[in-house]
Ligand binder design. Structure first.
Ligand code: FES
Ligand code: FES
Length: 151
């Protein structure tokens, strides 16, 4: 076990963990931030996606020690001043979720994409190839991200 310092959603934490522990486990088990989900644990479904220094990463494949001192953002830190972001609002308006299991990962991956130049539909679809939704179907998700890109 080692002590590591993590900054998550703007808050600093010191934790005793096995440094090789995946970030996802630290977020869920130690910090009780259950937004990021365990889907496959293999980097294949995107359910565990969070941001590190503004870039979407699969937290199931990211050792906690590698993100020490970096800015980690989970879906719990996405809303600003208690209000939904345009992206979250667009998901709501387009019914872009059913069970919601994939939604935190979808939102974080989409937020990364939207931080750059306005994405094309093809770029949105390409991004979603790394994010699996088992129930909604992708069209409402694509439309929600397109709407957020124009707001
Ligand atoms: S749980 Fe990380 S990619 Fe599936
Ligand atoms: S809304 Fe159920 S897995 Fe995507």
């Amino acid at each position: 076990m080692s002590e590591i310092a993590l900054n998550v959603n703007g808050r600093s934490h010191r934790l005793d963990v096995d440094p090789a522990t995946p970030l996802l486990y630290v977020l869920r088990n130690d910090l009780k931030l259950n937004g990021a989900k365990f889907g496959c644990g293999l980097g294949q479904c995107g359910a565990c996606t969070v941001m590190v220094d503004g870039q979407a990463v699969f937290s199931c494949l990211t050792p906690a020690m590698l993100v020490e001192g970096r800015q980690i953002k989970t879906v719990e830190g996405l809303a600003r001043n208690g209000g939904l972001t345009a992206l979250q609002q667009a998901f709501h308006e387009h019914g872009a979720l059913q069970c919601g299991f994939c939604t935190p990962g979808m939102l974080m991956a989409a937020a990364d994409l939207l931080a750059g130049a306005r994405p094309t539909r093809e770029e949105i679809v390409d991004m979603l190839s790394g994010q699996i939704c088992r129930c909604t179907g992708y069209e409402p998700i694509v439309r929600a991200i397109e709407q957020a890109a124009t707001s």
